[in-house]
Design a protein around this ligand. Sequence first.
Ligand SMILES: *Cc1c(COP(=O)(O)O)cnc(C)c1O
Length: 413
Amino acid sequence: MKASDLLNIAGEHGAPVYVYDSNTIQSQYKRLTKAFGGVSNLRLNYAAKALSNLSILRLMHSLGSGLDTVSIQEVKLGLMAGFQPESIIYTPNGVSLEEIEEAAALGVQINIDNLSILEQFGSKHPDIPVCIRINPHVMAGGNTNISVGHIDSKFGISIHQIPHLLRIVALTNMNINGIHMHTGSDILDIDVFLYASEILFETAKNFKELEFIDFGSGFKVPYKNGDIETNIEEFGKKLTARFNDFCKEYGRDLTLAFEPGKFLVSQAGYFLAKVNVVKQTTSTVFAGIDSGFNHLIRPMLYGAAHEITNLSNPKGKERYYSVVGYICETDTFGSNRRINEISEGDVLCFRNAGAYCFTMASNYNSRYRPAEVLWHNGQAHLIRQRETFDDILKNQVDPKGLFANKKEQVGVK
Ligand SMILES: *Cc1c(COP(=O)(O)O)cnc(C)c1O
């Protein structure tokens, strides 16, 4: 997208606003499919939690994607967006048996990540096929070391519990149709990921009725200059070769599944916010924007470095700024960033604002969540209105008379 398109959107729809470029999403989707072009059955299940606006889900559906969901609400959004239940996988962690049963009743693929629920679910519904989430206990240790750690993770069924798992499956007579891992960490080193995949293949041999193997996600995208990006093309080539060999060994063509979130939507997103105040202090120049961690929490939560540019003065002299929000807590988006000279009223643009940005927004400080706009075929489409004061009040209940007529007691005139 051009800077002028973004500025026009801020003018037309106001700021703060999130803007998503459908073109970037489409090309990322194509890139991933192409990298795994050598697999007969590939399934990409877009991880809805990254960006769950219905229009984005519909876009993913139109590209041929499936959906990865982590809550019953995401399942319902997926169904509303037009996904068939069979193309939705439900991968929750720490949810109740009741919620899993509700999802199963809607016909979506269930993925279970602990033995207690597996045993209960299998005993009650032996006829419903289930995928199991494995924790291979592999993570990249610093550089290229492979450390078999990650024991503390709350996700997945430990590979050390496979004997117990197999007993549950045999005793309940349930059908395991998929195995899954999602370590949650970035794929920085392809060999580490392939090592974890070997553990998954080894585990897979225990099940005769598999339909798919789901390798989760972890595709890394660059946030700032010098950041490592997963080499998708190399990764695709290597895993495809190994996967096809495994299918021969297994005796059946399985589906290779992934659940990318960030990879598909991060770079498609822009967050635009106006500068309220430029404040020179003894130590720095602050650019205070009309936003805060109520709209974009990744810099504060994860130390994420979102590139910040000044759309209003692209040719201005570069100066150092600390870009901060309006929340009554420390909410620094970036310290000592070189940005084209900022004046009050300028529109700043945060890059890589597609994934885990709007979906993590809140009403903290009783502020409104921003609008969302989809840029598609050269046109801006509003896909979520900015909230209003009614949204702040919507679910508040004011029990009649609870504190009425008590002004005198608390001394309020
Ligand atoms: C969050 C999540 C993903 C997506 O991860 P990204 O890093 O955004 O690609 C995939 N699978 C599961 C189970 C998840 O919880």
